[in-house]
Ligand binder design. Structure first.
Ligand code: ACO
Length: 323
């Protein structure tokens, strides 16, 4: 049986850091309020010349290097983003060109904060169906560009960045027998649109628009939706929380992460947290967290890794994989 195995990982963050104390000069807020409600202490903000594609390119280059591959080896790029450089062409095609790659295919996938989970699931489906052999899966965002910097209820929550992994088709034999993506579960429900959306777009206002959110409403639904897709992953595989080596959730909010882990019975020590220093980077948050935990040696080959995300739409999903 063909498996999609992680061969490389990478990430890139803008150089500029905005601490909570810097936010105090932008809107009426405080470090104490932000830390207490969200766990966020700082975020990276893209500077002049930095775009979703430029951040994505850097993350992709690092993932390729770690995979010991070049762009020639890749036959598909999937980039999860809600903040593309342009309405079109796709940011994935822009990254493909930046990598000097002119073969294969590249496309964007838009599922907001769940984008990376949706992109891994899509790449895995391409690999398992034989349509692709080596896929660069990227999550890249510049949410700072769609924030209303006068709205303290949203602008303190988000940051910019990019992460990437390389997935390769491997015959599940020998040492690879139990590696790769084991199961994935995706959901969406547009009835929740008003709770988290951008109030612009090419077909409505002809503008880019700004992020709007009913924070309490999002919070209310988050833990239930997250546990729903994780329980679906457990049911599909016969595995459970005690088998998980690393829980790598979408990094929206420390309180949502803690409540989800508690409800699922996942030990604190198995949870990868980056929201404190990255903020919510939407589709980039999971690959940024994977990069951090795999770079510092926490996530090792053979570890069972659980990914989950929930975001605008609403969309939500889980991926269970063996690293
Ligand atoms: N600084 C200081 N005060 C603030 C700020 C701020 N940045 N933002 C809001 N407040 C004030 C409000 O004006 C309100 O004041 P009032 O009582 O005088 O009216 C008070 O704080 C409480 O506001 P609430 O919105 O009720 O605060 P809440 O406790 O719900 O926390 C938060 C807000 C952190 C957004 C919370 O609802 C939350 O975490 N929601 C989840 C949203 C989320 O994570 N979204 C990310 C995108 S979706 C995803 O990725 C899953």
């Amino acid at each position: 049986m063909i498996r999609s195995v992680v061969r490389g990982f990478g990430a890139h963050l803008p150089e500029r850091i905005m601490k909570n104390s810097d936010m105090e000069g932008v809107v009426e807020t405080s470090d104490e309020w932000i830390v207490q409600r969200t766990g966020i202490r700082q975020r990276h903000i893209a500077g002049e010349g930095e775009t979703t594609a430029s951040l994505g390119e850097m993350a992709a280059r690092q993932a390729l290097e770690r995979a010991n591959m070049t762009p020639d080896d890749i036959d598909l790029i999937v980039c999860a983003t809600s903040t593309p450089d342009n309405t079109f062409p796709a940011t994935a095609v822009n990254i493909q060109n930046r990598l000097g790659m002119h073969h294969g295919a590249a496309f964007d996938l838009q599922a907001v904060c769940s984008g990376f989970v949706f992109a891994v699931t899509t790449a895995d489906s391409y690999i398992k169906s034989g349509l692709a052999k080596r896929v660069l899966v990227i999550g890249a965002e510049t949410f700072s560009r769609i924030l209303d910097w006068n709205d303290r209820t949203t602008c303190v929550l988000f940051g910019d960045g990019a992460g990437a992994i390389v997935l390769e088709a491997v015959e599940g034999e020998g040492t690879n027998a139990d590696r790769g993506v084991l199961t994935a579960h995706l959901r969406s429900d547009g009835a929740h649109r008003e709770k988290l959306y951008v109030d612009g777009g090419p077909s409505t206002t002809g503008t880019v628009g700004h992020l709007r959110m009913q924070g309490r409403e999002v919070f209310k639904h988050a833990v239930g939706m997250i546990t729903d897709v994780i329980e679906a992953a457990y049911e599909a595989t016969g595995l459970g929380s005690s088998d998980i080596d690393w829980f790598v959730p979408h990094q929206a909010n420390r309180r949502i992460i803690d409540a989800s882990a508690r409800k699922l019975g996942i030990d604190d020590g198995k949870v990868v947290i980056t929201v404190d220093h990255h903020g919510n980077t939407s589709a980039a948050s999971i690959p940024l967290a994977l990069n951090e935990a795999a770079s510092d040696g926490r996530i090792k080959q053979g570890d069972l890794v659980l990914l989950e995300a929930m975001g605008g739409g609403f969309t939500w999903g889980s991926v269970l994989l063996r690293w």
